[in-house]
Design a protein around this ligand. Structure first.
Ligand SMILES: *[C@@H]1O[C@H](CO)[C@@H](O)[C@H](O)[C@H]1NC(C)=O
Ligand SMILES: *[C@@H]1O[C@H](CO)[C@@H](O)[C@H](O)[C@H]1NC(C)=O
Ligand SMILES: *[C@@H]1O[C@H](CO)[C@@H](O)[C@H](O)[C@H]1NC(C)=O
Ligand SMILES: *[C@@H]1O[C@H](CO)[C@@H](O)[C@H](O)[C@H]1NC(C)=O
Ligand SMILES: *[C@@H]1O[C@H](CO)[C@@H](O)[C@H](O)[C@H]1NC(C)=O
Ligand SMILES: [Cu+2]
Length: 354
């Protein structure tokens, strides 16, 4: 049985990445680690979750153009459905905005397809993700004069991500007509203020981007491989991923966010209001998943840090029994349920990245 499952894993690995991009060093590590995932599950069965039944999360360019358009149509559909939290967040006009509003208040966890940073890092603006055709996530913003992204606390020259060639409204692709409703709260461009100080008021404006290869340069596979292989506890994994700004290291997390840049993608609180955010954060989840697979017995339940960001204001350590608190989006569940891709949430979370 185990033999058979390993064969299945090998088969899956062979089937993944049918697109034009060769496997990078991180893809190869993920492939090699899938056997560990499979073995762990064989010894610790979780409901119906097996490598065969697991949802296969696929990279953007490994989807067919038609599949990519199904994805963006689903996002546009969320934007057409009325929001559920207009009493607390008058700017949250749609179901899509509900995710943005809950992120402004807290931290969401929702993933579809993902964006393998390395594939597009050298030339993101001409990639299948951002080239602006109908099967992309929309193009760059129009070229407007704007300054770069300041990185407070970083030494020169790392204290500024230089501006790229966009900065204005997105005029191509599926989201060319989209309206951003919420925020800003921490804008990196000049944007009219939100009528409410919490950013949840109604503030309609165009989607703006500055697809930025200066930021993308720190998301190549060698950075991600180092992150995964050189940090053996979750504190350091998280810290290096977020960026060690005082050392001039932006981290793959900021690197991906500022590859999109603009409004709202460049805004720490409102960034999920750009649909490309979700593909970036799914990659964050994939990288964590690959990191977990290196030592499943320990890392499936390893949490660190306190309940407040950078412990400000000071708070208790986070635990596996803390509740997720996703507001109107989902019922509260314990954090431990969200940590496992092998049958968490009573079997609902059963997925691998291919
Ligand atoms: C497992 O699969 C069976 C048969 O398809 C189904 O009846 C059952 O609800 C599934 N259990 C879970 C936890 O998904
Ligand atoms: C958009 O560009 C991508 C990448 O070059 C290509 O694979 C795809 O076929 C194009 N889609 C459409 C609808 O033209
Ligand atoms: C663009 O958005 C406006 C306002 O929401 C809407 O009236 C119009 O039909 C949209 N146009 C297209 C081409 O989707
Ligand atoms: C990754 O590769 C680039 C290009 O060769 C290099 O400049 C950079 O220092 C490398 N980063 C790491 C963390 O190895
Ligand atoms: C919180 O976590 C830190 C770091 O792991 C640890 O040193 C400290 O003892 C913990 N505090 C409590 C109250 O458990
Ligand atoms: Cu983020």
């Amino acid at each position: 049985m185990l033999q058979l499952s390993i064969l299945t894993a090998a088969l899956l690995v062979g089937l993944s990445s049918a697109g034009p991009y060769p496997k990078d060093v991180v893809d190869k590590l993920a492939d090699a680690s899938l056997v560990k995932w499979n073995d762990y599950l064989a010894k610790n069965p979780q409901g119906n979750c097996t490598i065969e039944t697991a949802i296969k999360r696929r990279e953007w360019s490994d989807l067919t153009p038609t599949e990519r358009q199904s994805y963006t149509k689903a996002v546009l559909c969320l934007m057409e459905k009325p929001g559920l939290m207009t009493s607390t967040a008058p700017g949250a006009k749609s179901r899509f905005d509900d995710y943005v509003a809950v992120h402004i208040q807290q931290t969401p966890r929702n993933h579809g397809s993902y964006w393998n940073w390395d594939r597009y890092a050298k030339d993101p603006v001409n990639s299948p993700l951002f080239n602006g055709n109908e099967s992309s996530m929309g193009g760059n913003g129009l070229k407007v004069a704007h300054s770069g992204i300041p990185i407070p606390g970083a030494p020169r020259p790392y204290n500024l991500i230089p501006a790229a060639d966009g900065g204005g409204c997105v005029t191509t692709g599926p989201f060319k007509n989209m309206t951003v409703n919420l925020g800003p709260l921490a804008p990196t461009l000049t944007i009219k203020a939100n009528p409410r100080s919490d950013g949840l008021g109604y503030n309609p404006r165009c989607l703006r981007r500055d697809i930025n290869k200066n930021a993308a340069a720190v998301t190549t596979a060698n950075y991600t491989l180092d992150l995964i292989t050189k940090n053996s506890n979750v504190y350091w994994f998280q810290t290096v991923m977020e960026g060690q700004f005082a050392q001039g290291k932006w981290g793959v997390h900021s690197g991906g966010h500022y590859t999109i840049s603009g409004d709202p993608a460049g805004d720490f609180y409102v960034s999920p209001g750009d649909p490309a955010f979700w593909l970036h954060h799914a990659m964050i989840d994939r990288v964590w998943w690959i990191w977990q697979m290196q030592d499943l017995a320990k890392r499936l339940t390893e949490v660190s840090m306190t309940r407040t960001m950078s412990n400000m204001p000071p708070s208790a350590n986070g635990t596996l029994d803390d509740l997720s608190g996703l507001g109107v989006l989902a019922p509260d569940v314990k954090v431990r349920e969200l940590m496992s891709s092998m049958g968490g949430l009573g079997g609902k979370l059963c997925y691998i990245y291919v």
